[in-house]
Design a protein around this ligand. Sequence first.
Ligand code: ZN
Length: 198
Amino acid sequence: MALKKECPECKYRNSVSLRRCAGCGASLVSQGVVYWVDVWVGGRRIRERVGPSREAAAARELKLKQEKARAKVMGVREFAMSYRLEDLWPRYATWCKIHNRDFKGKKSRWVNRLKPFFGKKTLNQITRRLVETYRNRRLSEGARPASVNREVSLLRHMLRMAVEWGVPRPQSPGRPGKPAGGKRRPLAVPHGGGIRKA
Ligand SMILES: [Zn+2]
């Protein structure tokens, strides 16, 4: 569990206590320092580039520590079953900002649409049927099909990134005895073809 300071010159990630970069000697008290969290949760190492705010990085570290405590108490499998979509959002948001992927639009879709409906759902609860329920509800509210498609695309992308990042994979209760994260299985969301075009 640690916070790291990324050197603005050489990008080396230093201990937060250092005032000069261990890699190149540049000052680490100047502007341009970027904070990282570097933690192990549920057997996975999580390294996240948070941003210029030490407070934000500390808050993120605290959240991960709480997840770690949960994982320890419950075991990895139960932890996976308890991983909510809203647990994924901070990491996804960071990724969008770093890669400049329309963060504002995604954030608005998340806050106003996806979070209220899916935020508290654990990843294994987000099934194709639930996504259809969401789609039908939005359309019945008068939302434009193109808007709903964008929202569902965002949801699918978040779940794809979760797989890429090795977020603990949920397991169906019908298949006991397999270690969490063992066999790779696709998330129960539409993979291609599931999206109706407007
Ligand atoms: Zn440096």
